[in-house]
Write a protein that binds this ligand. Sequence first.
Ligand SMILES: Cc1cc2nc3c(=O)[nH]c(=O)nc-3n(C[C@H](O)[C@H](O)[C@H](O)COP(=O)(O)O)c2cc1C
Length: 191
Amino acid sequence: MQLDKAIQSRRSIRKYKSRTPSWKKIIEAIDAARYAPMAGNNFTLKFIFIDDDETIKEMGKWTSQEFVSTAKSAVVFISNPSRLTNAYGKKNGEVFCRQQAGAGIQNFLLKLEEYRLATCWVGLFNENKIKHLLGIPEDHQIEAIFPIGKSNETPGKRNVRDLNSFLYFNEYGKDRMKTISKPEGRYPEGY
Ligand SMILES: Cc1cc2nc3c(=O)[nH]c(=O)nc-3n(C[C@H](O)[C@H](O)[C@H](O)COP(=O)(O)O)c2cc1C
């Protein structure tokens, strides 16, 4: 799948078929996260692949999002921020840790999309309960949970904002794009 196509076709899917998705493809998608940029090349991510029905059901309970428990597989992204906070101080280290988790997650999502596996980024959950359920150490943080399956829904039309409303040139608020009327010729003045 072309990168453009994967970026544009990826959607959050919350209904899954009962068929178990290929664990090999899911592992390959996790593997893609390893290639994300990491501050000072400090790799802070860890992953838990889950295919146990009971555990997934419990995860549904602690996310308070019923669709999570209907998936046949799930992946949990975890970070251990200690190496980054040691290297860059608490504030920068914590920010970098979250940022590089996001970079890894996007690689993972695009690879799942290439394999036509459906998921939804779940960021709302009871962290203590999920940590306890999965035996995650106290000093690690859960970044997100991804229930995974074959899609059983057609998502509605996507609401992608117009680039004009938040792209500036040379200075915050300076917008040259608005002067271009032809959508196919959307180059800023002077380019
Ligand atoms: C940080 C983050 C947290 C999210 N948490 C949830 C969540 O807890 N439950 C959920 O159903 N969707 C969650 N989403 C998915 C968003 O609702 C979804 O990405 C957004 O509506 C755009 O739709 P799309 O992914 O189909 O483009 C989360 C997305 C992000 C980036």
